[in-house]
Design a protein around this ligand. Structure first.
Ligand SMILES: Nc1ncnc2c1ncn2[C@@H]1O[C@H](COP(=O)(O)OP(=O)(O)OP(=O)(O)O)[C@@H](O)[C@H]1O
Ligand SMILES: [Mg+2]
Length: 387
């Protein structure tokens, strides 16, 4: 294999930005795409393209213009069908066009996992109208979770406690939907002890590898803090690894996946999967010898990954915007960085809206609890201000 390779990155958020940095360290040439200019990954890439990635013609034109060796999706809103064409033309789609197509919406991957692979998930059903919601909800029982099949970061997601809340949840889901399909998934509410992301790496040559599980806490369906390592029973861990390997083998290709599980008193329940670095995995920027972004680029290029080790117990905590605004500036970063072991990543987003993720605090410590305390304190110290 010869380096450097030319990478077309589809989606240029904070995860894309770290991926570009890891790729640049291996000398790759990166063109970062998004539908708005100056997105985080574009600020560190070699070139940028601003266009609607759901537009097949626009996407084909950009691919023809740059002729990349690899196409690396960072988001779900892409005209994914055309990725199959690119793959058959010999461009490496990461991790594979099949994986990206199956995980673009919640329904396809869920049906594959639950119905074809017979893996335990929350009981679920789909609905395309308020009336169908009512029928499906009756077959699942309350409380339940409603999510648009096309959405991420908790958008349009709500907990439905009883039938009276169903209409409100349907209207809310419709408002948070991406794309043109008015379809929701209704899921049994799982009262888990904790939830994890198991970063799973499929290699071109070599066995599937796993990072130590990352535990995380979510609010409004969106990640708030994550930490590593987890105190997880060996049998549970093995069970989650087996499931992750089974699902990612079906999806094929090479790259890092974020496989999410709910861990209850007696069960390991598959939740969902991202065929790319995961937001809760930002903790690996400080916890491991190779971050999830380093692992992604190494695995997609077919480079060796002889070991993945945790250097120290670590945690991450998001910094969210409190309101809508333009050109934010950050105060309190000095105070946050004066805490030993703390580091900060400011994503460089030019606009904010309520609860938009703008930065992340990272920390290492002697114990996970100490690391969590440090990042919580650091995140609280950072404030956004506007002109
Ligand atoms: N069936 C469920 N029972 C209990 N909690 C749930 C259920 N489904 C989702 N949640 C909670 O909501 C969070 C977000 O849900 P999910 O991962 O399905 O959506 P998402 O919008 O794709 O999130 P992200 O893109 O940030 O991973 C989960 O991590 C979990 O905390
Ligand atoms: Mg999730």
């Amino acid at each position: 294999m010869e380096l450097p390779k030319k990478i077309l990155l589809l989606g240029s958020g904070e995860l894309g930005k770290e991926f570009v940095i890891s790729s640049k360290r291996l000398g790759c040439y990166v063109i970062a795409c998004d539908n708005y200019p100056d997105a985080p990954a574009q600020q560190v890439a070699d070139e940028r393209e601003v266009f609607d990635m759901l537009d097949a013609t626009a996407l084909k034109n950009v691919v023809a213009k740059h002729n990349p060796d690899l196409i690396v999706p960072e988001i779900e809103s892409i005209r994914t069908e055309v990725l199959l064409d690119f793959e058959s033309e010999g461009i490496q789609v990461v991790p594979s066009a099949k994986a990206v197509n199956y995980t673009m919406n919640r329904d396809r991957i869920r049906d594959l996992v639950a119905e074809e692979l017979l893996i335990r998930t929350a009981k679920y059903g789909y609905a395309e109208s308020e009336k169908e919601c009512l029928e499906v909800a009756r077959s699942i029982a309350y409380p339940l979770v409603m999510k648009p099949v096309m959405s991420s970061s908790g958008k349009g997601q709500s907990l439905v406690k009883s039938e009276e809340n169903l209409k409100g949840a349907w209207d809310y889901a419709r408002s948070g939907m991406r794309g043109d399909r008015e379809r929701v998934i209704l899921e049994e509410y799982i009262n888990f002890e904790y939830e994890i992301t198991l970063l799973t790496i499929r290699q071109k040559a070599g066995p599937t590898l796993f990072c130590s599980p990352i535990v995380h806490r979510q609010e409004r369906g969106d990640y708030q803090e994550s930490w590593q390592p987890a105190e997880m029973n060996e049998a549970r861990l093995k069970e989650s690894q087996d499931i992750a390997e089974k699902v990612t083998t079906q999806l094929g290709g090479a790259g890092l996946f974020g496989v999410e599980f709910f861990i209850t008193k007696d069960e390991v329940i598959f939740s969902e999967l991202s065929p790319r670095p995961h937001d809760t995995g930002m903790v690996t920027l400080v916890s491991q010898n190779l971050s999830e972004f380093d692992l992604h680029i190494r695995s997609i290029l077919g480079l060796p990954i002889p070991e993945i080790v945790i250097n120290k117990p670590s945690a991450s905590h998001v910094v969210l915007a409190e309101k809508e605004g333009r050109s934010p500036t950050y105060i309190g970063v000095e105070a946050a960085l004066s805490i030993p072991g703390v580091d900060v990543r400011i994503f460089g987003k030019k606009t904010s809206r309520l609860n938009r993720r703008m930065a992340v605090c990272l920390a290492t410590a002697d114990t996970v609890n100490q690391a969590r305390e440090k990042v919580a304190k650091a995140a609280k110290l950072i404030r956004l201000t506007y002109e």
